[in-house]
Write a protein that binds this ligand. Structure first.
Ligand SMILES: [Mg+2]
Length: 392
């Protein structure tokens, strides 16, 4: 059996262009779907997939680890830069989809069978609608409360917000009070039975991340995400040690040795590696094994398209340390039109039971994808009050 072709299909979904990767084989009708979505780097990733195809077209798609090694180590440059790593991920996910189809079983069965009966999902405020999640100002605590209440009405038992504003490396009390007010509004709106998460988007310095973390600690967040730059393992470890709320991080990391140091220095309690960036399902299994050794939980980053979600769920059914699946459902109104999924989301509680179809259990409607061709993503940029550059 041979890989005959690797195609990319780009689908413009407002904030992101979803990059679907289709790996075709010489077996009639046998192909796999992967995803390599990387916002603001769409053309680069499509080109990187094209470069990688040079290495593996003509090879046996069943030798997934061997092909992963080729993609990571050949071409001289190790494949953990974000563009290359995302391209490798897209192809690797598609290879696992093929493996499941050959074995006629879901990917989670290939990895030892389901370790749980269902997976809980969480949403972003506004369901992933860009404006609600990223442009609700922390000055508007009431809006945070209203959006949280809406998510509960939609069946969710957990949700994430961006209740921490961009701040300069050191600021006073005002941003802390604003973040606190937004979290109080959400807590008041949904009560103690609902899990709330706050994503700092790696905006704060370690000093500010600590101040936000301590201020929000009394409200019992489920996790506190990216409280400082991921490059600062010592900052993450300092914050994680200082607060009771579990620190979550990992979505921007693609290098296994970084995860090893992050875990050894206890920089987080929840690892949010991104299956579409970290080297695919092959690399995810290695990261998960490392995390398991430290009893660090897994909650993969997943604000992208539907193949990423299917990969996260299949992976979650195979991993004891997996705690929750990130989802967006309101980013574009036609999301369900581009994909047919093998799993069903139960409206009450927004839980998912195992997919019973082979591989990832999905099919992409290519005609629907073609209705949404590439468009440049809108820039999301932050400048502080004095005009200096901040992190989005
Ligand atoms: Mg995040």
């Amino acid at each position: 059996m041979k890989i005959t072709k690797i195609e990319t299909l780009v689908c413009h979904a407002r904030m992101r262009n979803w990059v679907f990767v289709k790996v075709l084989t010489d077996e009639p009708g046998l192909f796999g779907w992967g995803e390599a979505t990387l916002e603001w780097h769409t053309r680069a990733v499509v080109g990187a997939v094209e470069d990688l195809a040079e290495l593996i077209v003509g090879e046996d798609p069943r030798r997934i680890e061997h092909l992963w090694q080729m993609m990571y180590r050949q071409h001289f440059w190790h494949g953990h830069g974000i563009v290359r790593s995302t391209a490798i991920s897209g192809i690797d996910i598609a290879l696992w989809d093929i493996a499941g189809k050959i074995a006629d079983m879901p990917c989670s069965q290939l990895w030892g069978g389901p370790v749980r009966d269902w997976i809980r999902t969480y949403c972003h405020l506004g369901g992933g609608r860009m404006e609600d999640m990223y442009e609700t100002s922390v000055d508007d605590a009431k809006q945070f409360g209203e959006l949280a209440r809406e998510a509960v009405e939609e069946g969710y038992t957990a949700m994430k917000s961006m209740a921490v504003p961009p701040t300069m490396p050191i600021e006073g009390l005002r941003p802390i009070r604003l973040a606190e007010a937004a979290v109080v509004a959400m807590r008041d709106a949904v009560g103690d039975d609902i899990d709330l998460m706050v994503d700092c988007h790696a905006r704060p310095s370690p000093a500010m991340g600590l101040k936000f973390g301590k201020a929000l600690d009394p409200y019992g967040l489920y996790f506190f995400e990216e409280p400082c730059w991921p490059e600062s393992i010592e900052g993450l470890a300092m914050i994680n040690q200082a607060i009771a709320t579990p620190v979550a991080t990992g979505e921007r990391i693609t290098d296994l040795t970084y995860f090893q140091r992050l875990f050894a220095e206890r920089g987080c309690e929840v690892c949010q590696f991104d299956i579409t960036h970290c080297g695919g399902l092959t690399a995810s299994r290695r990261i998960a094994a490392l995390a398991d050794a430290h009893r660090i939980s897994l909650a993969p980053h997943n604000p992208q398209g539907p193949v990423s979600t299917a990969a996260s769920l299949e992976f979650g059914f195979s991993q004891p340390g997996y705690i929750i699946c990130e989802t967006v459902h309101g980013d574009v109104p036609w999301r369900a039109d581009v994909v047919d999924e093998g799993f069903v989301v139960q409206p009450e509680g927004r839980i998912v039971r195992p997919n019973t179809r082979p591989g990832l259990g999905i099919s992409i409607n290519e005609d629907e994808v073609r209705k949404h061709p590439f468009e440049q993503e809108l820039p999301q940029r932050v400048f502080y009050r004095d005009g200096s550059v901040g992190d989005w």
